[in-house]
Write a protein that binds this ligand. Structure first.
Ligand code: COA
Length: 314
C-alpha cells in the first residue's frame, strides 16, 4: 500500500484532574512557574485503571465513533513504556477486552517512549494489506513511575490514551522518518536487570532533552518536506508530541511558521508520552478541524533518544 487512511480516532483520560495548585501543596512549585516553563495547567491521573484499561477505552471510543467493522481488524499495536506487565503485551490484553480474542489478529506492544505512536504508524504502513484494519493505540500510566517529591519531573507528566483505526490506502500519500541515538543518560526509568532488582523512578535531564527535542522536530519537518517536495505552507497541521509549549513554540518561531498550524492540548493533559499525539488527533477530530485530503505532519520524540515523524493525508 502506498499510504494509510485514518478511519476514526478516540481517546480517554482518567477522571481525576490534578492542577498546578494541587501540586504546589506537595512540592515547592507554583502555577506561575509551571505554566511559564511548560504551558501545562492540569494533568489527568489514574487512580486504579491500568494502561490496558485506558487503551481499551480509547480503542472502544474510536471503534464506536467510526462505526468500525471489527471483523476487518488484523492488527492491534499498543505504544507504551508503562505496560501492565512484562508479558503478556498490553495489546493482547486490549484484544481480549475488545472481545476480539477469537479473531485472527497480530497483537503486540511497541516501546519507543514518546515516539511510540508515530513509530507504530510507520510500522503498520508496511504491514497493512487491502481491506485490512489496524488499531494503533498510545496508552500510558506514567503516574506510577513518577517520584511525586521530585518537582523537576512530577509537574510534567500525565496519564491517558489515544487510538486510531487505520486502513491501507493507495490514494493517500505517506512519508516517514525515524531515528534513535542509543542514549541511556538523558531520560530513563530503570527496571529489573540481572544486577539491579529495584525499579526506579523516571529521571530526566530537562535542559538536555529540551535541546534534543527542538532539534528533532526541526530535522523531522525538514526531512518530510524534502522527501515530499511540499512546503510548510502546504501542510495543514503539525501535531508534535505534547511535551511542552516552549519546545513547540521554539520550533514554529524558528521556522517562521503560523503558530495556528501547531495544535496543542498539553495545557489539559501534560506530557502523556506515546498517548499524546493520538489524543491530540482525536480532540482535533472532535473539534471538526480535520478535513478530507488535509496534509498532516506528526512528530514524536523522547527517551532513547528516539524521534519519529509521519506526513500523511487525512
Ligand atoms: N517549580 C519551581 N522551580 C523549579 C521546578 C518547579 N517545578 N523545577 C525546577 N525548578 C528550579 C530548579 O531547581 C532550578 O533552581 P535553581 O536555579 O535554584 O537551581 C531552576 O528552577 C531552574 O531549573 P532548570 O531545570 O534549569 O529549569 P528549566 O528552565 O530548564 O525548566 C524544564 C525545567 C523541565 C521545564 C525544562 O528543562 C524542560 O521543559 N525540559 C524538557 C522537558 C520535556 O519536555 N521532556 C519530555 C520530552 S519527551
Amino acid at each position: 500500500m502506498k499510504g494509510i487512511k485514518i478511519l476514526s480516532t478516540g481517546h480517554y483520560a482518567p477522571s481525576k484532574v490534578v492542577s498546578n495548585d494541587d501540586l504546589a501543596k506537595v512540592v515547592d512549585t507554583s502555577d506561575e512557574w509551571i505554566k511559564s516553563r511548560t504551558g501545562i495547567a492540569n494533568r489527568h491521573i489514574s487512580v486504579d485503571q491500568n494502561t490496558s484499561e485506558l487503551a481499551y477505552l480509547a480503542a472502544k471510543d474510536a471503534i464506536e465513533k467510526g462505526k468500525i467493522d471489527t471483523a476487518k481488524i488484523k492488527y492491534i499495536l499498543v505504544a507504551t513504556f508503562t505496560p501492565d506487565d512484562y508479558t503478556p503485551s498490553t495489546a493482547c490484553i486490549v484484544q481480549k477486552k475488545l472481545g476480539l480474542n477469537d479473531q485472527e489478529i497480530m497483537a503486540f506492544d511497541i516501546n519507543a517512549a514518546c515516539s511510540g505512536f508515530v513509530y507504530s504508524l510507520n510500522i503498520i504502513k508496511g504491514m497493512l494489506q487491502k481491506d485490512e484494519y489496524a488499531i494503533i493505540i498510545g496508552s500510558e500510566v506514567i503516574s506510577k513511575l513518577i517520584d511525586w517529591q521530585d518537582r523537576g519531573t512530577c509537574i510534567l507528566f500525565g496519564d491517558g490514551a489515544g487510538a486510531a483505526v487505520v486502513e491501507g490506502s493507495d490514494e493517500h500519500l505517506f512519508y516517514s522518518y525515524n531515528n534513535s541515538t542509543g542514549n541511556e543518560e538523558a531520560l530513563y526509568c530503570k527496571g529489573r536487570t540481572f544486577n539491579n532488582i529495584s525499579e526506579g523512578y523516571l529521571y530526566m535531564d530537562g535542559r538536555e532533552v529540551f535541546k534534543f527535542a527542538v532539534d528533532a522536530i526541526n530535522k523531522s519537518i525538514q526531512n518530510l518536506l524534502s522527501q515530499s517536495g511540499l512546503t510548510l505552507d502546504e501542510i495543514d497541521y503539525v501535531v508534535c508530541h505534547q511535551a511542552n509549549y516552549r519546545i513547540i513554540s521554539h520550533v514554529y518561531k524558528k521556522l517562521k511558521a503560523d503558530p495556528g498550524k501547531f495544535f496543542m492540548n498539553l495545557q489539559e493533559y501534560g506530557n502523556t508520552s506515546a498517548a499524546s499525539i493520538p489524543m491530540a488527533l482525536s480532540e482535533m477530530n472532535e473539534q471538526g478541524l480535520l478535513k478530507e485530503n488535509q496534509k498532516i505532519i506528526c512528530v514524536g520524540f523522547g527517551s532513547g533518544l528516539t524521534w519519529g515523524a509521519t506526513l500523511f493525508e487525512w
